[in-house]
Design a protein around this ligand. Structure first.
Ligand code: NDP
Length: 329
């Protein structure tokens, strides 16, 4: 009999009511792919929370094993780039949305979707970074490409105590930026200062409908929140600045005007991690491997087991998770 492994399965009944169960699967249950990986660590991202709670239509194939990212070891491969024993990371590509994902002992995926685990970091560390942290790095790289370097002035990070935010604060401060962290959880100020924030502001300052232009406060930003928050961040960005927008934790709308763009030359940089080309992923993970402070990474993450995934998924959509949650399988 083939080996079984535990998996979380999200199903839908004929009335489209969603349910979540823990079940046993075998290799024969996995979807098509040329590489089978033993999942050693995964994580709970905001998108995983939306998928498991059904709060947004993340899952588009039923039933599905959720989980958008994992790190682990190749068990078998018919892909030329990978051999049994290789350590790999997967982020996105529709895994956990349309393809069986990370919340199972094994995953079978396309070899083209995988990147090598950088030297010096463990599968656990890679998932402390996870898709949230890799996206934070994509945001930082976009700001740099636009010339927003530390000497241009402060940068703001919204949703700072969340996953993307915490890693963004950590990376930006390590690179020498003056980081202004915006959070709705004032009690997390010491945590954010410990990660390297130079200032902590209340999310309330950015929550009201934005004026077309407001006092210039920062040269750039990383926004994980969207809606009025992003509109305010844009209206407060100084001449020629840029904001990397990656998230919608506060809403998917963007009630802004063209004023920041046409009167201050501000740029809005869209960030997508799911379909990002392989070369960009390799560069992001190379930089994570060499530039991210592992002590800070440990301080912004906590570890749970497979049995804690469903509760953590509910907590993240309620804004109750600080930093990152790593799942050791
Ligand atoms: P988290 O839940 O860990 O962080 C989101 C943070 O946003 C919260 O911690 C909170 O920060 C803040 N927040 C939550 N609700 C509100 C609200 N109503 N108004 C204002 N602020 C709010 O999620 P992640 O960091 O994992 O993801 C952040 C966002 O980025 C999500 O929307 C996610 O879908 C998106 N994302 C996008 C990716 C892409 O490819 N573009 C990839 C990864 C994530 P605080 O308590 O500090 O205020």
């Amino acid at each position: 009999m083939s080996e079984t492994f535990k998996a979380i399965l999200v199903s839908r009944d004929t009335e489209k009511k969603q349910s979540v169960t823990v079940t046993d699967l075998t290799d024969a249950d996995l979807m098509e792919g040329d590489v089978t990986v033993a999942v050693e660590a995964t994580t709970v991202n905001y998108k995983d929370g939306l998928a498991i709670t059904g709060k947004a239509p993340v899952i588009r194939r039923w039933p599905l094993v959720p989980g958008i990212d994992f790190a682990g070891t190749v068990i078998s491969s018919s892909h030329p780039d990978w051999r049994a024993g290789d350590k790999v990371i997967l982020n996105g590509w529709g895994v956990g949305e349309t393809h069986f994902g990370a919340y199972a002992g094994r995953a079978r995926v396309k070899g083209d979707w995988l990147v090598p685990l950088p030297d010096g970091i463990s599968p656990h560390d890679a998932m402390a970074v996870g898709t949230a942290g890799y996206t934070a790095m994509l945001c930082v790289m976009a700001l740099e490409r636009h010339g927003i370097l530390p000497d241009r002035g402060p940068v703001v990070v919204t949703g700072a105590a969340g996953g993307v935010g915490s890693v963004a604060v950590s990376i930006l401060s390590s690179l020498g930026y003056h980081v202004i962290a915006s959070t709705g959880r004032n009690a997390e100020s010491p945590y954010l200062i410990n990660l390297g924030a130079a200032e902590v502001i209340s999310r309330d300052e950015l929550a009201q409908p934005a004026k077309p232009l407001a006092k210039e406060r920062w040269a750039g930003g990383v926004d994980a929140v969207g809606s009025h928050t992003l509109a305010n961040v844009l209206s407060m960005t100084s001449y020629g600045g840029a904001v990397a927008a990656c998230g919608l934790a506060g809403g998917m709308d963007l009630p802004t005007s063209v004023a920041p763009f046409i009167l201050r030359g501000v740029s809005l940089l869209g960030i997508d991690s799911v379909m990002a080309p392989k070369a960009v992923r390799l560069e992001a993970w190379r930089r994570i491997g060499t530039e991210l402070d592992l002590q800070k990474l440990a301080s912004l993450s906590r570890t749970i087991g497979f049995d804690g995934i469903i509760d953590a998924a509910r907590d993240i959509v309620d804004g109750k998770i600080r930093g990152r949650v790593v799942v050791d399988m």
